[in-house]
Every structure is written in structure tokens, then in C-alpha cells.
Design a protein. Structure first.
Length: 262
């Protein structure tokens, strides 16, 4: 399981305040804590409070890469914000994200190629949120075919089925999980799969439990990566154990510690 830490996001009050005041210590503390808890990469999002995301994103990138060489996922709906961050990024980048709309793909796929970045494609379009598995697979196929047409390596593509809150979209949970499995057979080589995990528990009274169970189930459907809170030890331990049961890790009594160190 490839873990992308979600906590450097301006929607959180302390991160938003740190971005506004250019307080490097707060940002770097969150970066180091997430890495210490097993994050393989870090998501950077200026958040809605940022008035100048085109300048705030490069500041975030430079601040974080002073304390780590982990890959950074640049999270914005605005291509100009993403490119501003890519220009100062020294290590491996992930673009988070493109929709399935052709006009968006024709901007972000070449950008990913230019900067040798991986790309997250979310199965949503100007037509709205997909309502079933078939719609998700169709949008995913559009993303994959455009990547192929534009010469982007599909093995560097992560497809996101769009996880919805279980308290308002319970009937779609099965389709979302089935989509993860279907995405893997769209092409050869196959794209990778990813979810923004915290969406599934929004508005529920037991967020930690919902996150753990959904992540465990998604792993059995072939999930490769998740954007989540790596400081949630029970969540990460659940993911490690699910992969152990699927024979992706070798058992030993200290398998949790061994996998975390790896």
C-alpha cells in the first residue's frame, strides 16, 4: 500500500494559518510526523483560504523539501498552481489531479510528461459525479486512452473511482469497490488505483471505524494507494494486515514493525 499523507492541507486551520503567516516550522513538523508514521509521499494543498496559491504552492514545496526527499503530490484544481509547484520541486512529483474531461487532460498529461510526474486521474467529468460502476469505468477508460494517445506511461497513472460518503451514498459503495477491480483490466500495463480515503467517512459518527473497514475492503479489490492520515496507527495497521492476509508480506510476529520500517 502506497500511502500519501493528507495532513498538509490549508483546509485545516493550523495549516491554513501557517501558510498565511509563512510559518515553516508548522509545515515541516506535519511533514516529518507523517513520514515518521509511514507516509511514502505527502500531499500538498494550499486550501480554500489561500489568496495567492500560485505563490503559496512553491513556498509549500520548498518548505517541505527542506526536510524530506519523499515524493510530493501537488493538489490543486488549477493547472497553473500545480506547474508553479513543479518548477521548484527537486524530487519525484505526483499531480493531483485531472478529471476525465479532454480539455483538462490535454493540459495536465503533457505537464506530467514534461516534469516526469505521476498523475492521478479522478473519474469525474463536467457531466458530474458517476452514479454506477459502468460510468466510472467509462470515464477511467477515457483517461487511459487519452494518456496513451498523448504518450504518457499508463503505469504512472493512478485512477480514483471517487469515494463518496457512506452516509449519503451507501448504495454506491459496492460499485466503487467493483470499479477498483475493473480499472486494473482496462489496459496492459494496467493503471494503478487510488482513493481519497477520508471522503468515505465524512459526516459519520465513527469515522475511524468506517475508514478502516473501507480501506481493508478496497485492498482486497486491488487498491494500490490511498491518500489518508498516516498518524492513524489503527488505520495503517489494518492496511498492513490486510496485505499480509493477501500474501503480500511475509509473516513474522513483528510484521507490523517490519512493514512500517520497509
Amino acid at each position: 500500500m502506497y500511502i500519501i499523507g493528507e495532513l498538509i492541507n490549508g483546509m485545516y486551520a493550523d495549516i491554513g494559518k501557517a501558510i498565511k503567516e509563512k510559518d515553516k516550522k508548522v509545515i515541516q513538523k506535519y511533514a516529518q510526523e507523517q513520514i515518521a508514521h509511514g507516509a511514502d509521499a505527502l500531499d500538498l494543498n494550499c486550501g480554500p483560504a489561500s489568496r495567492e496559491p500560485v505563490s503559496d504552492m512553491p513556498w509549500l514545496v520548498e518548505t517541505v523539501q527542506q526536510v524530506t526527499d519523499k515524493p510530493l503530490a501537488l493538489d490543486s484544481s488549477k493547472p497553473q498552481v500545480i506547474e508553479a509547484g513543479l518548477k521548484v520541486l527537486k524530487n519525484k512529483a505526483i499531480i493531483n489531479s485531472t478529471t476525465a474531461d479532454r480539455e483538462k487532460l490535454e493540459i495536465l498529461v503533457p505537464l506530467a510528461k514534461k516534469y516526469n510526474a505521476r498523475l492521478i486521474g479522478i473519474t469525474i467529468s463536467s457531466g458530474g459525479i458517476p452514479q454506477n460502476k459502468d460510468q466510472r469505468v467509462e470515464l477511467a477508460a477515457n483517461i487511459v486512452s487519452t494518456c496513451v494517445d498523448l504518450g504518457f506511461p499508463v503505469e504512472d497513472l493512478y485512477l480514483d473511482p471517487i469515494v463518496l460518503p457512506v452516509n449519503v451514498a451507501q448504495a454506491q459503495m459496492g460499485d466503487i469497490l467493483d470499479s477498483i477491480k475493473e480499472f486494473k483490466i482496462i489496459s496492459d500495463p494496467s493503471p494503478k488505483t487510488i482513493v481519497g480515503l477520508s471522503n468515505v467517512s465524512q459526516g459519520t459518527s465513527v469515522r475511524g471505524l468506517v475508514n478502516r473497514i473501507f480501506l481493508t475492503m478496497a485492498i482486497t479489490y486491488g487498491l494500490d494507494a490511498a491518500i489518508l492520515d498516516p498518524k492513524d496507527k489503527e488505520l495503517v495497521d489494518s492496511a498492513i494486515t490486510a496485505e499480509l492476509i493477501l500474501n503480500k508480506h511475509i509473516y513474522c510476529d513483528s510484521f507490523l514493525d517490519a512493514c512500517r520500517k520497509k
